[in-house]
Ligand binder design. Structure first.
Ligand code: GTP
Ligand code: MG
Length: 470
């Protein structure tokens, strides 16, 4: 037997629109596989995709056209019986060789032909449907193919699902092994259980299935590790990033100074916005969303704090910055962009009390002028508030992708998480050392690796990882 024939073969069948192609997309982590649409009879031809473990093809999944008229077809198949000893497979073979299989029932024939040769048939169910005669006839046709059938309930995250009704009906038909797997709201445990149920019915391929289970476990761990790392890098780069305002002797009056400062602020904001986009794209790729669809979905994502400008007041509010930064007057400004004062930032100084008033004058403006006089220039950088927004938004994204199936065609749904104070404090404190190492920042440039940067990112990623998965 050739290697191709030896590979574990699975036929994905079911009523039209039950989510067969969606199942293929999510299992293969390929959002571009086939065509998915709310209208029936979308898939017209059989298409296969190999699932790999460690780069080796371990299973061949075949997507099939939806079954549309199982009631009529079952009547036809029954009429093909010529001897009372005719069994299911011989009747199905007779149908597949008939004229009707090339004509009126051509779509059903394509699906049944795959079911006949597969090692296992996955029967995809829209669990929101009631159990109807057409479903029972579909199951009858499939069991007549003589291969093991595993019913897979899709749409199980929908409130209107009829999981129990389905389980009862399937048990009455002798189908006790079933699986629940929502192709849109991804659940790694459900996916593992789906593979485990497949192993029960296709024991000959247990090794391939185990390899796939292990591979998926490793990949998921890797996705989460990488996303935590990407968030940590984004924060360290942003905390270390400094924009220098032109020296004061080039600017003669206050207006000119203000203009230079605004220009520097714009440049800092533009650089950080770009760096955040880069980090978000990295997180998408970390979760194996590599084609253009989710990228477009991300751009369209206008809901919640991920859809608003990084430097808007709303972004601060959404991320809970107002509560901590607003308390200390000038700190609200410092929360977004800090005027760096050696080791101390204006935002942090204002946050801890009267230092700004005592050391630099009573307002932030006076402080800036005094500082400008002392140093002949200012340095701007992201305030703690901005770091908090960057953290909150990238965590939202990573968490959303953790439970996003590759079949999901909608824009990314964000469920905002409130960051606990002690977690935030730990992250911001961990970032302090980046503040005094501008050379660590990769915003706008590629820099050499430094041990300090790498160690800090690793430490921070550990803290962040625990918030991606609870
Ligand atoms: N909310 C939700 N939508 C789903 C789910 N599975 C599929 N869909 C949607 O249901 C519709 C049909 O999905 P398809 O994957 O095209 O279904 P199919 O069984 O391949 O359909 P045909 O090829 O026409 O037989 C699409 O609009 C999907 O986006 C699910 O688990 N949850
Ligand atoms: Mg389809």
């Amino acid at each position: 037997m050739s290697e191709k024939e030896d590979i574990f073969q699975i036929a994905v069948v079911g009523h039209t629109n039950a989510g067969k192609t969606s199942l293929m997309r999510t299992l293969s982590r390929d959002a571009g596989f086939g065509e998915v649409s709310p209208s029936p009879a979308t898939t017209r031809e059989v298409t296969s995709i190999a699932l790999l473990a460690d780069g080796i093809p371990r299973a061949d999944f075949r997507d099939t056209p939806g079954l549309e008229d199982s009631i009529g077809l079952l009547e036809l198949v029954d009429r093909l019986r010529t001897d009372r000893r005719d069994d299911g497979p011989s009747l199905i073979e007779r149908f597949l060789g008939s004229l009707e299989a090339a004509d009126r029932y051509s779509q059903e024939a394509k699906a049944l032909r795959q079911a006949r040769i597969a090692d296992l048939v996955l029967y995809v169910i829209d669990a929101r449907d009631r159990v109807l005669p057409r479903h029972l006839d579909e199951l009858e046709l499939l069991t007549r193919c003589g291969r093991p059938v595993l019913p897979v309930m899709n749409f199980v995250s929908d409130d209107t699902n009829r999981n129990e009704e389905w389980r009862d009906a399937l048990a009455r038909l002798g189908l006790h092994a079933t699986a629940s797997f929502d192709t849109v709201i991804f659940d790694a445990d459900d996916e593992r259980r789906l593979f485990e149920s497949m192993r029960v019915l296709a024991d000959d391929h247990a090794e391939a299935i185990d390899a796939l289970i292990e591979d998926r476990k490793r990949r998921r761990r890797r996705s989460i590790d990488r996303a935590a790392n990407a968030i940590a890098e984004l924060l360290v780069d942003s905390a270390a990033y400094v924009v220098v305002v032109a020296p004061s002797d080039e600017a003669k009056d206050d207006d000119e100074i203000r203009y230079q400062q605004l220009e520097a602020e714009d440049s800092l904001q533009a650089a950080l916005r770009k760096h955040e986009r880069f980090a978000h794209r990295t997180i998408l790729a970390d979760f194996e969303f590599t084609d253009e669809d989710p990228e477009a979905a991300l751009l369209e994502c206008t809901e919640g704090r991920l859809g608003i400008d990084l430097f808007s007041k709303e972004a601060l509010k959404y991320s809970g910055v107002g509560a901590t930064a607003g308390a200390a007057g000038g700190a609200a400004t410092g929360a977004v962009i800090d005027l760096a004062l050696g080791g101390m930032s204006l935002g942090a100084a204002a946050g801890i009390g009267a230092i700004v008033g005592g050391l630099l004058g009573s307002t932030a403006g006076q402080g800036r002028r005094l500082y400008r006089r002392l140093r002949g220039g200012d340095e701007l950088r992201a305030g703690d508030g901005t770091l908090q927004v960057l953290l909150a938004r990238s965590l939202d994204l990573a968490r959303a992708l953790c439970s996003r199936g590759h079949a999901d065609t909608r824009s990314i749904a964000i469920h905002e998480v409130v960051l606990k104070d002690d977690f935030l404090k730990t992250v911001l404190e961990t970032l302090r050392s980046a503040r005094s190492h501008p050379s660590w920042s990769r915003v706008d440039r590629v820099g050499p690796d430094s041990q300090g940067r790498t160690a800090l990112i690793k430490r921070l990623a550990r803290t962040i990882r625990s918030r991606i998965v609870d």
